[in-house]
Design a protein around this ligand. Structure first.
Ligand SMILES: O=C(O)CCC(=O)C(=O)O
Length: 246
């Protein structure tokens, strides 16, 4: 298990992200891949019932790709109330050690999701999670992004701008978007792709500029994403769960 001494909190504070290798061993990986496929199938078989949790690829890909992405799920959120394995992993010390070291506190789960990025899956344009998605409750948030597949630029690994969280800037959106940062605020010469192996984790700050491209390969790039707040703030996002069973 990771000790706090092995987690470079100073580096996280400087760069706004931190890689933690080998959070899942091979048997956990096999189990979580199977659970991911099970939950994906459950939702795909009854999309009306699970509609509130489902984001579809067709709503995010270029027009030219729409016909081939019909019926493909991009994201399920939340998942930890649908599947005990996701709930258990959110409390696994191998995952929580890093956010705990960063906060200097134990953690509460703020948000959880399964991002599929199956072959042909769509990009997440440059964004900051705080300004595009949350702006609520607290910005003391650490996101833990755990890969279920090897990820590199060909299948859409995360790319980041190290240090872009410093000073908690809130950049303007691209015109017409409520998600994507205006490209003028993304210093392309500082962009770093972060290719990782299945079972590795990247933790990042809620103001960090990050991006992922299309999955241009023929292999999936699934990831489980947990965001935590410090336990001293309590359960600040309890209402994220839809009605039971939906
Ligand atoms: O799944 C991805 O590639 C990116 C997801 C992301 O940026 C986010 O959830 O904020």
């Amino acid at each position: 298990m990771l000790s706090e001494a092995t987690i470079d909190v100073d580096r996280y504070k400087r760069e706004g992200y931190l890689v933690v290798p080998g959070v899942l061993d091979s048997s956990q990986l096999a189990q979580m891949r199977a659970e991911a496929r099970r939950v994906l199938q459950t939702c795909a078989e009854d999309p009306e019932r699970y509609a509130i949790r489902i984001e579809w690829e067709v709503d995010n890909v270029d027009e030219s790709r729409r016909s081939q992405m019909q019926g493909v799920i991009r994201k399920l959120e939340p998942v930890s109330d649908l599947d005990q394995a996701f709930a258990d992993l959110a409390r696994d010390p191998a995952v929580t050690a890093a956010p705990e070291a960063i906060f200097g506190d134990s953690v509460e789960l703020f948000e959880d999701k399964l991002n599929l990025k199956l072959p042909g899956g769509s990009p997440y344009p440059w964004h900051q999670d705080w300004s595009c998605c949350w702006r609520a409750n607290t910005d003391e948030l650490v996101t833990c992004f755990i890969y279920l597949d090897d990820a590199d630029e060909s299948n859409g690994c995360l790319q980041v701008v190290p240090g872009s969280h410093i000073g908690k800037p809130i950049h303007p959106f691209r015109q017409g978007s409520h998600f994507e940062v205006d490209p003028a605020y993304v210093p392309q010469d500082r962009v770093v792709p972060v290719p990782l192996k299945a079972g590795d984790m990247i933790c990042f700050d809620s103001y960090l500029l990050h991006y992922s491209d299309y999955n241009r390969s023929d292999v999936p790039r699934m990831a489980i994403i947990y965001t935590y707040n410090p336990a001293r703030l309590g359960k600040v996002n309890e209402h994220r769960f839809p009605d039971p069973g939906h």
